[in-house]
Write a protein that binds this ligand. Structure first.
Ligand code: BDP
Length: 719
């Protein structure tokens, strides 16, 4: 009896200990653990108690004050006093004695979503004010203020003014109604469709908090490979329940529209966008959606791409298709994000060129509430891509920049790849559309062609795993997407710094170790998988791991189509002597990228077929450089493991252990990539593997026969 009791006590205390000390990642970057090392914050502690919202306040205002209470009481611990609030929340609706504290100029610049945080004198006391033109702006300001404290910054003379540069900042969930997720490895979809609308998972609120904390203001709930069922009343009720949950956080709900829905669920014989019955069906359907979701955001559409139905099935074009939906959405304030990720099933020309060819011809034909949703590069979310030539090429039509947060081609949620540096590379690329400085960022934020409709989308890396994103460091990409969507000028370093401090605390050793891991990781992945501009040489189907030998099926789904290795050399000639995809860029870009000598080497084999003996700036031949780059990637992956090990005991055991295991796997996967690719490419180069680079562990046949079964996120396994 006694032993049993003792056992019970031990078990209970173990359970309790794991409850207390476990850091399972659920809280993401909104941890609010006490910042004992922050002298300044403690000095201000009793003065910055959070205000309470009045009973009549909006839901948004209540959420903002609750977040401030939760955040401040956590961060300041015992020093937090719930006394007279010295934090003022000011909007134009505030009592006039408060509203008057802001001058018009300050207020005007904030727009509808921006905020201002500053010290202010009120009733003979100094206060910190969070001011905005809307309650939504206050919510964003509250999160920014908490971030400021969480990242250990001084409150002395605080003054932060911020408003978003892009209007629509959306997550795109590639989630199916069956709860599988395309291309994300982290469990099932967080949308518990079957239980909706009856049961609202508490974590929906935490999802919305996390999104709002970085300024994400829209969520596309469903996969681009769309299912018309979501448009049935039974599902619209569920969509409405999610929309109601997210609304107070400033998040609007969007759906993907399956173009053939009028046939599939409407009983029509055609989905021809010019057919009056089809027009009526969509108009009625959209009117109906707004009875469920009065602020429905609109549709993302993948049409005539990879087998999805679209207007071309009826001899119409993308503008006909997009306008059909746009006209019905317009009276309600909804928009259409019509995807540019299209390529013909007949493989008529270099896939790189197809979207540009189709969409530049249609420029000027789209309704004003249509934006072309364009991936960062012209192929498909490769580990690194030169920017898509469509940016800057449709002056009349805005672009939604589509980024992929989920790491479909970057090692899934197994490999560490912090993507802010890659996204910045795209954002900062100069299209020269209206002279120098016409960066992709400025095309997307509407400044180059003066567009009001501005949007950016990130394909989510979120599933129902407890820590949301699987890899404990992968949430940094969700965070980074939101921060860049809000302000594309923030540096990768700043984002990495903020996220690390909020997620792991302010210990400087820990911060600098994790930051350096994050910031180098994308280049490392590129180096051991697809260096020097190589692309699309991954394993087909699940896309995890290498298969540069793949040559089955439609040519532009193979690897050999893209690397074009032969006895002479390697790389895809996209200059005028090849497919001339380069001709789709501005003359300045053509000149810069026109020769192997002039092009940045990160894009070399993307645009040029280069001889194995070509001399690289390092003095090495291309073949040796390729080998050394793969090797460098593997070595860096190994260094990541060693660096991470130095954190043992410095951070919680749970996240430490999981990340360590993943980094070790990444290191061994990196070696696999190197060995498989070099074993294969050597059959063309016919040159020895240079000194310092290990010979592949196995012969080529081994790699060719290697198969990974049941890789999560693979659509082929999901239906
Ligand atoms: C590719 C993915 C595929 C997506 C497609 C898309 O492999 O699963 O459906 O992009 O963006 O990268 O439509």
């Amino acid at each position: 009896m006694l032993t049993q009791l003792r056992k019970l006590i031990i078990t209970l205390s173990l359970v309790l200990a794991t409850q207390i000390f476990a850091e399972d990642g659920y809280r993401l970057w909104l941890r609010y653990d006490a910042i004992s090392d922050n002298a300044l914050a403690s000095r201000y502690a009793s003065r910055i108690a959070a205000p309470r919202a009045s009973a009549e306040a909006s839901e948004t205002m209540k959420i903002a004050t609750e977040e401030l209470q939760r955040g401040l009481s956590g961060l300041l611990g015992e020093q937090y006093s719930d006394g007279a609030p010295a934090l003022l929340l000011i909007t134009p609706d505030s009592p006039s004695e408060l509203a008057e504290l802001l001058n018009d100029e300050e207020q005007d610049g904030l727009g509808t979503e921006g905020y201002l945080i500053k010290e202010i004198d009120f009733k003979e006391n100094s206060h910190i004010a969070i001011a905005a033109n809307s309650d939504q702006g206050i919510l964003y300001g509250a999160f920014a203020f908490l971030r400021h404290l969480q990242t250990n910054q001084s409150l002395e003379g605080i003054r932060i003014v911020s408003s978003p540069k892009i209007g629509h900042r959306l997550l795109n969930h590639w989630d199916n109604l069956t709860r599988t997720i395309e291309r994300t490895m982290v469990g099932a979809s967080i949308w518990n469709w079957f239980d909706l609308p009856y049961y609202i998972e508490p974590y929906y609120h935490d999802y919305a908090r996390a999104c709002a904390s970085v300024g994400i203001n829209g969520t596309v709930l469903t996969n681009v490979n769309a299912n018309a069922t979501v448009l049935r009343p039974q599902f619209l009720e569920k969509v409405a329940a999610l929309a109601d949950t997210f609304r107070p956080y400033g998040i609007r709900v969007y759906l993907t529209a399956r173009f053939s829905a009028p046939v599939e669920i409407g009983g029509l014989e055609t989905a021809d966008p010019l057919d009056p019955a089809v027009i009526k069906w969509w108009t009625d359907k959209i009117d109906e959606i707004y009875t469920y979701v009065p602020d429905f955001g609109g549709f993302v559409v993948k049409a005539n791409s990879e087998g999805q139905p679209g207007p071309q099935n009826y001899g119409r074009d993308h503008a006909d298709g997009a306008n059909l939906l746009a006209r019905a959405l317009k009276p309600h304030g909804g928009i259409v994000m019509w995807r540019a990720f299209v390529y013909d099933f007949e493989v008529k020309e270099d896939r790189h060129k197809q979207a540009y060819t189709e969409f530049t011809e249609l420029d000027g034909r789209f309704e004003s509430n249509v934006s072309i949703q364009t991936k960062n590069g012209a192929i498909d979310f490769m580990p690194r891509e030169p920017f898509h030539p469509l940016f800057g090429a449709t002056p009349e039509t805005p672009h939604t920049l589509e980024l992929q947060i989920t790491q479909e081609y970057l090692g899934g949620d197994v490999h560490l790849a912090f993507l802010a540096p890659m996204w910045k590379e795209t954002l900062e690329s100069d299209t020269f559309a209206r002279g120098p400085g016409s960066t992709v960022a400025k095309i997307v934020d509407g400044t180059v062609f003066d567009h009001d409709l501005t949007a950016i989308a990130g394909v989510a890396n979120i599933g129902n795993e407890r820590n949301w994103t699987g890899h404990p460091l992968a949430a940094a990409n969700w965070y980074a997407f939101g921060r860049l969507a809000w302000d594309h000028q923030i540096s990768s370093e700043q984002i990495a710094d903020e996220w690390t401090r909020m997620t792991f605390g302010n210990d400087e050793e820990v911060v600098s170790t994790i930051e350096s891991l994050l910031l180098g990781s994308h280049q490392t992945v590129v180096d051991y998988s697809m260096p020097l501009g190589l692309h699309h040489i991954m394993y087909p189907g699940h896309h995890y791991g290498p298969a540069p030998w793949w040559n089955q099926g439609r040519p532009d789904w193979t690897s050999v189509y893209y690397h074009r290795a032969d006895q002479e050399g390697i790389g895809f000639d996209r200059t005028a002597s090849g497919t001339d995809a380069l001709g789709q860029y501005a003359p300045e870009v053509q000149e810069a990228w026109g020769t192997p000598e002039s092009i940045p080497h990160k894009y070399l084999l993307w645009f040029h077929h280069v001889k194995w003996d070509y001399e690289m700036p390092s003095g090495r031949t291309l073949w040796d450089e390729l080998c050394y780059t793969y090797q460098q990637g593997v070595e860096e992956a190994g260094e990541m493991v060693e660096k991470w090990k130095t954190l043992e005991g410095e951070i919680d055991q749970q996240r430490f252990a999981r990340t360590l295991a993943l980094l070790k796997r990444q290191h061994s996967d990196a070696a696999f990539w190197r060995d498989a690719c070099l074993a294969y490419f050597q059959t063309f180069s016919d040159r020895p593997i240079p000194e310092g680079v290990p010979k592949p562990e196995h012969d080529l046949e081994y790699y060719k026969n290697f198969e990974l079964y049941h890789v999560p996120g693979h659509p082929g396994e999901q239906w």
